[in-house]
Design a binder for this molecule. Structure first.
Ligand code: SF4
Length: 406
């Protein structure tokens, strides 16, 4: 009974309570989905304590098949091709994700990639990528990834101490040495050029310059720093919404990175803020009102929303739609997707009237959640976002005026 009451009340939360007429009144029109996150394996060989799939509000992974079957893979590819044809898309992006995608052995990985590419190309060009914890980058898997030119992003949180604090093996030890062995195997192989960089969960108790230098030692093309997931009901770790602990950390990292004059890794979060300040576009959904253009396909073929939604509550990413019964258009019409495609009309009143709204965009959608209200609130990181945006703005202004930072 408790569950039913809870689900019913969540259907009344914004934006689940919006009808299609409401959405059209808000200015929404159908838009194509161009990025597909395929959950090819639903389990992980690590046990990171901050994991939004296994350690936060959601428990839906327990009922998922362990790996995506050939039937689901083929049907997912057919749905993507159908969608690309309808919107005349020449290219789509497919990201292999998990759990840990490399828990697939080399034979399963080869067959999955052969099916995806075989069903889509040459009609639709496929940009293939993978997000992995790096520990299973073995030479046989690297050969398969090379054959299909799959770009490889690796999750690494910085120096050994910072990384091992949360990213642990199933036996409770730090995973840093295993990840580094995987990175070294990748960089020493012919597939080394496929390395796209690091995904880094921020620990605001760490030293930003130490974290940066530890990552830079591997010469990554990019570093994507992520604010830990959480919301107004389940606050992120070591976070006080009235303070700017994460904003202060980001300011230190920005200054350290910005002041390096040599060629340096890209940091899309900072580049997005700089772009928006200069009238350009954001490069990430986490800031700047970027349109949501991605859908997750689970191992059983269910469509889901961006999986970080699972950090809000159990089932927050679920859609009740799947690749066998439903076209991708059905997902694009869901209120939780549509409200992320209508710009400021999808924000809270506080964000809509905020002087930083155009740059910030209300922050990352899952971080706006509060039980009983839904997602129409400022980010739980509002003060941190103001801190880093205003700081970057001041550095840009100073540079424009020919000054130097102190
Ligand atoms: S989250 Fe805060 S800083 Fe960002 S737009 Fe909303 S009110 Fe402004």
């Amino acid at each position: 009974v408790k569950t039913n009451v809870s689900l019913r009340s969540r259907r009344l939360e914004w934006p689940a309570n919006l009808s299609s007429d409401d959405l059209i009144d808000l200015g929404w029109a159908p838009k194509p989905i161009t990025q597909f996150i395929l959950k090819v394996h639903s389990r992980c060989n690590l046990a990171c304590d901050y994991c939004y799939i296994y350690e936060m509000g959601d428990s839906t992974w327990q009922s998922q098949p362990i790996a995506m079957s050939e039937d689901v893979t083929r049907q997912a590819a057919l749905r993507i091709r159908e969608h690309a044809k309808r919107y005349e898309l020449d290219q789509v992006s497919i990201v292999l994700h998990g759990g840990e995608p490399l828990m697939l052995n080399a034979a399963r990985l080869r067959s999955l990639l052969d099916i995806l590419v075989g069903e889509l190309e040459p009609d639709v060009s496929v940009d293939l990528a993978m997000q992995t914890n790096g520990t299973l980058l073995t030479s046989d898997r690297l050969d398969i990834l090379l054959r299909h030119a799959v770009s490889i992003g690796i999750s690494l949180d910085g120096d050994e101490t910072t990384h091992d604090l949360h990213r642990k093996t199933r036996t409770g030890e730090g995973s840093y040495s295993q990840v580094v062995q995987g990175i070294e195997r990748l960089l020493d192989s012919e597939a080394g050029f496929l390395f796209t960089g690091f995904l880094v969960a921020i620990n605001n108790a760490s030293n930003p310059s130490v974290v940066y230098e530890s990552l830079a030692a591997f010469d990554p093309p990019a570093m994507d720093f992520l604010l830990p997931h959480g919301n107004w009901t389940a606050l992120p770790p070591n976070h006080d919404p009235n303070k700017t602990l994460y904003g202060d950390w980001l300011v230190q990292l920005f200054d350290y990175w910005y002041d390096i004059s040599a060629l340096k890794p890209r940091i899309r979060f900072f580049e997005s803020i700089m772009n928006k300040i200069n009238g350009g576009e954001s490069l990430t959904e986490t800031i700047g009102l970027s349109e949501s253009k991605l859908v997750v396909i689970e191992t059983n073929g269910n469509y889901e929303l961006v999986d970080v939604m699972k950090s809000a509550y159990s089932g927050a990413a679920a859609t009740e739609l799947n690749v066998f019964d439903d076209p991708l258009d059905s997902v694009a019409e869901l209120p939780t997707v549509a409200v992320r495609q209508i710009g400021a009309a999808g924000l809270s009143a506080q964000c809509a009237s905020c002087s930083l709204m155009d740059v910030c965009g209300g922050g990352y959608f899952p971080h706006r959640y509060k039980a009983g209200y839904g997602f129409q609130l400022p980010s739980v990181y509002c003060n941190d976002l103001q801190r880093i945006i205003e700081h970057i703005q001041s550095r840009i202004d100073l540079e424009r005026n020919g000054g130097s930072s102190d």
